[in-house]
Design a binder for this molecule. Sequence first.
Ligand SMILES: [Zn+2]
Length: 160
Amino acid sequence: MSWRRGRMAAMVCGFTGPCPSCNRGTMNPASFSQAALRGIRGRCPRCGEGRLFRKWLKPQTQCSACALDLLPQRADDFPAYIAMIVTGHFMAPLIIALAVDYELGPVAMLAIAVPLAIVMMLGMLQPAKGGVIATQWWFGMHGFVRERLPEAPSQDESSR
Ligand SMILES: [Zn+2]
């Protein structure tokens, strides 16, 4: 699929990567949510084809499909904060429900809550980091080049 898209891009304007003048033939996401979803799924936010990570939390230096330079990403600790906030908001009502409704003791509570929290946080780190990298790319932060397609004119402007 990516090979065919790449060939089609080359046929349209001569660029196999994103064309700076016509922007056709690229696989740029149409919206921020699409770019973020690609990052959350561990795919390149620009093309959605190349893998974003070479190890668990180690991003590629460059996309293997569209050659997007991923070195400018600066996710730092933000994915960990996202994972903690989401896990905390999920765990707090669960712990309250377990304590109030089932009247579990502290040992049983720890046996349920701690492994669940660890699994949730570790499982959320890579998608959160992918989402953060996609966000940075979409908004052209930290040295990423802002590459989004020009926005379509609104209904009022196009009808005039
Ligand atoms: Zn790519």
